[in-house]
Design a protein around this ligand. Structure first.
Ligand code: XMP
Length: 578
């Protein structure tokens, strides 16, 4: 049985809402998420409330709000980012549109106060910011206790009323003392006592699977990645092997060696479908359309497989390895802006969901929690420690363009007219990238905060031609380009595994962009990142010798004109380019 939640996280639509609840659970305190507008009376039993961040501005008419009665209930309330702004706004303070946003790392100067929330936390410290609006006047009874160079109200407190707000994100790992701040809130302010043991998770997940499946059998389309494999193994354990089957669809966008690896797994058969996926994607360049086309084709293949294997019978349901970030970033929580449509959320799958025929046993877990479940299930470390790889595969890392376009030289570098997806202040962006001539992360962060109209900065590592001699060429997703990317990806993976670098980074996408010359029409972007759960990430450093080795081997490949290194953190970039 789940305990009743001690902490309620009020969801104002933030990318990080679920992360907050999970961080609370990591302290052994059971937390749940509710829509922000939930009536105070319904959540009065909780020991404390946290209002999440969100993509809105408090002045937008449709922006999320909270029941103001929560501020007089006597329960402690912590507002994070938009949560702080909302609290200030509703209690008589002022929120103003910032003239420039603040995205990424900043230094917080926190007062040394006697307040238990900030116990042991005074002084300068690293925090993570992602916002444009700011609180400019605090409500009566509140005092400002922390600030950054560009944000004068970064932490506020009204201790007698147990109301607190922070503009930064204590729930992400890049806020160095964020864990301590949450710990203080839970134990010193709210008086929580541990009631949640994560090791109860496995029996709980198995029970949920049995409850949902009832007497039905489950079949999976496994991708060979961690999520679908763990979900598959978990279902086999919960329901018995004979009730769970797996089919692996080779879309043509798999990494080198992937299909062979999966084909060796017990209980799984391979469906070769590469040609039809290329047909379905012919001429499509827009990333969202690509995802939809792949998702729809997947559903078609799936339906054919179902029919061929006589799985249409009501006794079968579809199992999926969907995890928490997938549902959040597709607008799965009530209000988060649609950053991208993950392929397991397209219309076809939604129909199955509506019919109650989709089982997603990992949908409340983050990547590292999924790995922990996999370890408990006894799956091999070789599989579990693999870097995550998106379902639509190499297709989303192969960027396309509608028209030829020149590179634009500016005072800051070259604007490359290849659009890619990003996330800024909880909103989706789709913009060109700036190339600079030095591998300097600090310069990258400075430029991305200053410049409008680009959402990434990358450094040129090496090339056959100077950037000014290159141009972006119209192109779509064709087998030749996917093969080029597959080869590059395999080279990078081999060299990183050999040097042990793959264990130092969280993920290392290799991206193909249509920038080059007639003879060498494409370039490669290297995107090693550090992260904990994929929600935020930092562009990772790499040993110079490894970079030189990778770059020279890639440049020796036919069709490759230049090698770049993405310097952008998430936010404002995403991990993947699309
Ligand atoms: P972004 O690019 O949004 O990626 O920063 C965050 C994490 O999610 C992975 N990702 C996916 N995983 N299906 C998946 O299973 C997908 O469609 C998908 N798209 C992105 C991405 O690789 C990164 O780890």
């Amino acid at each position: 049985m789940r305990p009743s939640p001690q902490i309620i996280v009020l969801d104002a639509g933030g990318q990080y809402c679920h992360l907050i609840a999970r961080k609370v659970r990591e302290f052994g305190i059971y937390a749940e998420i509710r829509p922000s507008e939930t009536y105070a009376g319904e959540i009065s039993a909780a020991r404390g409330l946290i209002i999440s961040g969100g993509p809105s501005s408090v002045y937008d008419p449709a922006s999320p709000t909270v029941d103001p009665a929560i501020f007089t209930s006597g329960q402690p309330v912590l507002g994070i980012c938009y949560g702080q702004q909302l609290m200030a706004h509703l209690l008589g303070g002022t929120v103003t549109k910032g003239d420039r946003g603040e995205y990424g790392l900043a230094t917080l100067d926190l007062d040394l106060t006697a307040d238990p929330l900030f116990a042991g936390l005074g002084g300068p410290q690293q925090i993570w910011m992602s916002h444009r609006d700011v609180v400019t006047e605090v409500p009566q009874g509140f005092s400002v206790v922390g600030r950054t160079a560009t944000c004068a109200v970064a932490a506020v407190a009204a201790p007698e009323r147990k109301l607190y707000g922070v503009q930064f994100h204590p729930e992400v790992v890049h806020t160095s003392r964020g864990r301590d701040l949450l710990h203080n809130f839970l134990f010193r302010i709210c008086g929580c006592t541990p009631d949640w043991d994560p090791s109860h998770r496995l029996p709980l997940l198995e029970q949920e699977i049995r409850d949902y499946a009832g007497g039905r059998k489950v079949f999976f389309f496994v991708s060979g990645g961690v999520d679908s494999t763990v979900a598959f193994a978990l279902c086999q354990r919960a329901l018995g092997e004979e009730r769970v089957r797996g089919v692996y669809v080779d879309t043509g966008f798999m990494r080198a060696g992937e299909t062979e690896f999966v084909a060796r797994m017990p209980g799984i058969t391979v469906e070769h479908a590469g040609q039809r996926f290329f047909r379905a994607l012919a001429g499509i360049t827009d990333p969202e359309q690509k995802r939809h086309a792949i998702g729809e084709e997947f559903v078609l293949v799936q339906e054919e497989v179902i029919e061929a294997r006589r799985l249409l019978d009501e006794e079968w349901i579809l199992g999926q390895g969907t995890i928490y970030p997938d549902t959040i970033e597709s607008g799965g929580t009530a209000k988060s802006s649609v950053i991208k449509t993950h392929h397991n959320r397209v219309a076809g799958i939604r129909k199955l969901l509506a019919a109650g025929r989709v089982l997603e046993p990992l949908k409340s877990l983050y990547k590292d929690e999924v790995r922990a479940v996999g370890r408990e299930l006894g799956l091999p470390a070789e599989l579990l420690d693999r870097h995550p790889f998106p379902g639509p595969g190499l297709a989303i890392r192969c960027l396309c363009c509608d028209t030829d376009a020149p590179v634009l030289e500016t005072a800051d570098g070259w604007i490359i007219p290849v659009h890619s997806v990003g996330v800024q202040g909880d909103e989706r962006s789709y913009a060109p990238v700036l190339a600079i001539d030095r591998l300097d992360h600090r310069a990258g962060t400075e430029l991305i905060n200053r410049l409008r109209g680009v959402n990434r900065v990358m450094a040129i590592v090496d090339s056959h031609q100077p950037i000014r001699a290159m141009q972006v060429q119209a192109c779509a997703l064709v087998p030749e380009r996917i093969e080029r990317l597959r080869t590059a990806d395999a080279i990078v993976r081999r060299l990183c595994q050999r040097s042990g670098y793959d264990q130092q980074v969280w993920q290392f996408p290799v991206i193909l962009i249509p920038l080059g010359t007639i003879d060498r029409p494409d370039s490669i972007v290297l995107r090693p990142v550090e992260s904990v759960d994929g929600m935020t990430a930092q562009s990772a450093l790499m040993p110079a010798s490894l970079l030189t080795e990778i770059s020279s081997e890639l440049l020796a490949q036919p069709g490759i004109c230049a090698i770049f290194y993405d310097l952008t953190h998430k936010p404002p970039g995403t991990i993947e380019w699309e």
